[in-house]
Design a protein around this ligand. Structure first.
Ligand code: HSE
Length: 439
């Protein structure tokens, strides 16, 4: 069998998992790839730590196991990119800065296949990288970038090519789902649940991208590109994370038989696309409501084949690494034939303000006679039909209550809130929280 040579750039949590699987399963992987898979070289600043984690021989590391300076690592990266002896490079350095972007483009320009788990890089700067791959007839494997080993990229790219995807919705960030689950099940406040997520190793030391919705948005951007052929920007999504969810919001969700989830949602409707990443009220009979802890799930609704759900662990060293290795095997075996090209389409976006959902609006107001009537009158004035009004909760000097609407637009809700503010600037204590209800 012909040899198929791999290099890894960045041997941290994920990269060292890739090295371990390539070494431990070498025989099976080579049979599956119809090539002798060989891990040839690894570039890593701190080889001893990487080697210790997964028992990787130090002689695979450039520099023979010595710590490298950034400059030395850069030189090895250059050398490998231009080496005739390497067929495919795994990028597990992470980040989306110019160095990483240039490295990805240079790998493709040098005629080498690229496999990466780097969602931020592909979601924010993928255009130039995919273009370089297309121009140089090389493949980019990125199954690991969305929900680790859950085969959602392959499902969309290959299994559903005989159908038309109508919507993609999912829980794509395990950390925020863990936090919401703990708030829900253990009756914790956000800060307590975040602390548990950090202690349990679910959240990063800096969990910003997990809790502000950006990590989930990077994944939705990639799924929407594959499902609909569109490029969505972070600005278009304007994600809302879970950091402002309060215990009382969860209690209001329970009253209408819902769980609050950070939902990634993209839907094709009348030739236009709606896309959002925000906390939503998910009805208890929607499968996504029962996805707890750090688990990820993706729900796809297709024109002909209906509803499909993929569930599994969306993070972790070996989970992500196994997905990278699967891409390596697939590319080694089929690269000559696949030359996958993502078809671009030009959909218009539906302005979030005009997309119709049923909504839950949580109001925090001064506690005075007639307050519920005052709020519901303004809602009625905007022709919004109210489904349910929750029990008011009286907490010291203020009240909180929620109103579930039948389907309407955000614009109608904004106008109702503007009317309340205009008529009684003194009653609202903070901006009402508005969350779509997902059936
Ligand atoms: N930090 C992510 C999560 C995994 O919590 O799901 C990597 O994207």
């Amino acid at each position: 069998m012909k040899s198929y040579n791999i290099a890894i750039f960045g041997c941290g949590i994920v990269g060292s998992g890739v090295a371990r699987i390539l070494l431990e399963m070498n025989k099976e992987l080579s049979q599956r790839a119809r090539h002798t898979i060989q891990l040839k070289r690894i570039v890593e600043l701190r080889p001893k730590t990487a080697s210790g984690k997964n028992n990787i021989p130090l002689d695979l590391f450039c520099g023979g196991g010595k710590d490298l300076t950034a400059e030395e690592a850069g030189k090895y990266i250059d050398e490998i990119i231009h080496s005739d002896d390497i067929d495919l490079i795994v990028e597990t350095i992470g980040g989306s800065n110019d160095f990483i972007y240039d490295t990805a483009v240079r790998i493709c320009d040098a005629g080498k296949h690229l496999v990466t788990a780097n969602k931020a890089l592909l979601a924010l700067r993928g255009k130039g990288i995919f273009e370089a791959a297309r121009k140089n007839k090389v493949s980019i494997g990125f199954e690991a970038a969305v929900c680790a080993a859950i085969p959602v990229i392959k499902t969309i790219k290959e299994s559903f090519t005989g159908d038309s995807i109508i919507s993609v919705s999912g829980i794509l960030n395990g950390t925020s789902n863990y936090i919401l689950s703990m708030m829900q099940n253990e009756k914790l406040e956000f800060k307590e649940a975040l602390k548990l997520a950090q202690e349990g190793g679910y959240a990063e030391a800096d969990p910003t991208l997990d809790i502000n919705g950006y990590d989930a948005s990077h994944k939705l951007i990639l799924l929407a590109k594959l499902a609909f052929g569109i490029d969505i920007t972070l600005e278009q999504l304007s994600p809302i994370g879970v950091e402002n969810i309060k215990r009382e919001d969860i209690d209001f969700a329970e009253e209408i038989n819902c769980k609050i989830k950070l939902v990634c949602y993209a839907k094709r409707e009348n030739g236009k696309i709606y896309a959002a990443v925000k906390p939503m009220m998910v009805k208890n009979d929607n499968f996504l409501s029962s996805v707890n802890g750090a688990t990820n799930a993706v729900r796809l609704i297709n024109k002909y084949s209906g509803r499909h759900i993929l569930v599994g662990s969306g993070a972790g060293s070996l989970e992500t690494a196994s997905s990278i290795v699967a891409d390596i095997v697939f590319i080694a075996r089929y690269a000559e034939k696949m030359k996958y090209h993502i078809e671009q389409t030009n959909y218009d976006f539906i302005d979030a303000k005009h997309f119709v959902f049923p909504y839950l609006i949580v109001f925090k107001t001064v506690d005075i006679p007639g307050i519920t009537g005052l709020v519901t009158t303004s809602i009625g004035n905007q022709h919004i039909n109210i489904d349910t009004v929750s029990h008011n909760r009286h907490i010291k000097e203020y009240a909180v209550f929620s109103i579930a609407t039948t389907p309407c637009t955000l614009k109608q809700i904004d106008d109702a809130i503007a009317e309340i503010k205009k008529n009684r600037p003194d009653v609202l204590l903070g901006e009402p929280k508005v969350m779509p209800i997902l059936y």
